[in-house]
Design a protein around this ligand. Sequence first.
Ligand SMILES: NC(=O)c1ccc[n+]([C@@H]2O[C@H](COP(=O)([O-])OP(=O)(O)OC[C@H]3O[C@@H](n4cnc5c(N)ncnc54)[C@H](OP(=O)(O)O)[C@@H]3O)[C@@H](O)[C@H]2O)c1
Length: 306
Amino acid sequence: MADVYTNPEKHVILHNNVKMPILGLGTSHDGGYSHEAVVYALKNCGYRHIDTAKRYGCEKYIAQAIKASGVSSEDVFLTTKCWPTDYGTNTTREAFNGSCQRLGVNTLDLYLLHWPDVPSGVRDKNSLLLDTWRTLELLLDEERVRSIGVSNFLEPHLEVILNECSVVPHVNQCEFHPYNNPKKLRSYCKERNIQFEGYCPLGNGQILTEPSIQDIAQKHSKSPAQILIRWNLQNRVVCIPKSTKNHRVKENSEVFDFELRTEDMDTLNNMTREIQIMDPSTIQAKIDNPLPDGYKLKLVQIPVEP
Ligand SMILES: NC(=O)c1ccc[n+]([C@@H]2O[C@H](COP(=O)([O-])OP(=O)(O)OC[C@H]3O[C@@H](n4cnc5c(N)ncnc54)[C@H](OP(=O)(O)O)[C@@H]3O)[C@@H](O)[C@H]2O)c1
């Protein structure tokens, strides 16, 4: 995978010509964080893209993992996200600087607004979102970040930004797997040159035993996880599976040596069953709840402080 920036199959090109590796490594405060797995992904599997968020509380550990891997941080496409309690002109800039500091970089590759929701007390929600977006545009202009985007934004949320912005979001990161495939939203993004990025590509591990996915996996002598990741790639959706285990990190990277046939793609593209891993209705309470960033984080293996 080390040829991610030269092989067109392995990256997408954002509307400002930035190359974004189509396969990245997810990290999160859910299900643990493994220093060893992140080092292994960079050093042994060729991953050059890591997704994280201030909210996950693991940015400082990612900096340690990049350092330990021996891979230059300049070669790693780093995405992090601004949590809604940090929305606002100065607060977003402070959150951005804090993330850069913890990640050990001066510039980021992609900075996302984590959710379209804002704290309950805010009276003019759209105005706060627009002020925040303007701050991201300024950070882009100052070359502190190479691309900017949103996460969990549906069409009406995107409209708010698109009606006023000077820079159209480069990326929209949303839940995406065969049981949660927002086709209209994807078309909406495509028409506006917003790259669609999918999270929970394995349905958080909960859809790997689905018979239709297992059947396709058996046909290709691949694992269900590899089928789901490959389906993302053939749809040209940026994919960020997460694992805390080296052997799965490796398995999830071995997806460039086979191709799903049209009939397999049709089956996966047209699933009727719906499964939602992230329930947006739970987010407001999380935003209004004073729990600190990384409150759920469990270190699978505690990294040694440098
Ligand atoms: N923007 C947002 O609001 C948002 C929301 C959720 C997630 N995300 C991002 O998306 C990333 C991925 O989402 P996710 O972690 O929720 O779900 P996921 O990648 O769909 O699934 C991860 C789960 O699957 C297991 N797994 C990984 N590879 C496997 C394999 N080859 N075989 C069997 N099981 C496997 C992992 O367990 P082990 O660790 O035990 O391997 C973990 O429990 C996150 O890390 C985060 O970066 C963003």
